[in-house]
Design a protein around this ligand. Structure first.
Ligand SMILES: C[S@@+](CC[C@H](N)C(=O)[O-])C[C@H]1O[C@@H](n2cnc3c(N)ncnc32)[C@H](O)[C@@H]1O
Length: 119
């Protein structure tokens, strides 16, 4: 499904603090995708400014304290190109989520943000 939604030349990077999640991602991601997985901290992404067309964080932002969330969002905003895309699937429609979602826009200069509906 992921591969079908992307251009064939798409180059993907994934970051997680946990080597276990990195290993699991390696197991389940389609082999035909060009994906580099990095065990690192999303608060200090190992990528240059404005180097991505789109960024996402999957089920991360609701898990971390507000100050970490702010640093992660700032890093996502730093590495996405101006008017690039951002979206962030998350696990709940809690007041916390609505709060960070509303506050995230200043971090995302000119980018398009979209949250998936809560399930
Ligand atoms: C609920 S899991 C989601 C994992 C995966 N993204 C998914 O969608 O299945 C939250 C993940 O966030 C990672 N995480 C927490 N803080 C992080 C940080 N500062 N930088 C990178 N990853 C972090 C954890 O290691 C964990 O794998």
């Amino acid at each position: 499904m992921l591969g079908a939604a992307l251009p064939v030349e798409a180059k993907l990077f994934g970051v997680d603090l946990s080597p276990h999640y990195i290993a699991r991602a390696r197991e389940i991601l389609p082999r035909d995708l060009d994906v580099s997985l990095v065990c690192d901290n999303a608060e200090n992404l190992p990528f240059v400014d404005e180097s991505f067309d789109a960024v996402t964080s999957a089920y991360l932002l609701h898990e971390v304290p507000a100050e970490v969330r702010a640093r992660v969002l700032a890093e996502m905003a730093r590495v996405v190109r101006p008017a690039g895309r951002w979206w962030s699937p998350t696990a709940s429609s809690s007041p916390t989520r609505r709060s960070w979602s509303a506050r995230s826009s200043p971090f995302l200069r000119g980018s398009t943000s979209r949250s998936t509906p809560a399930t």
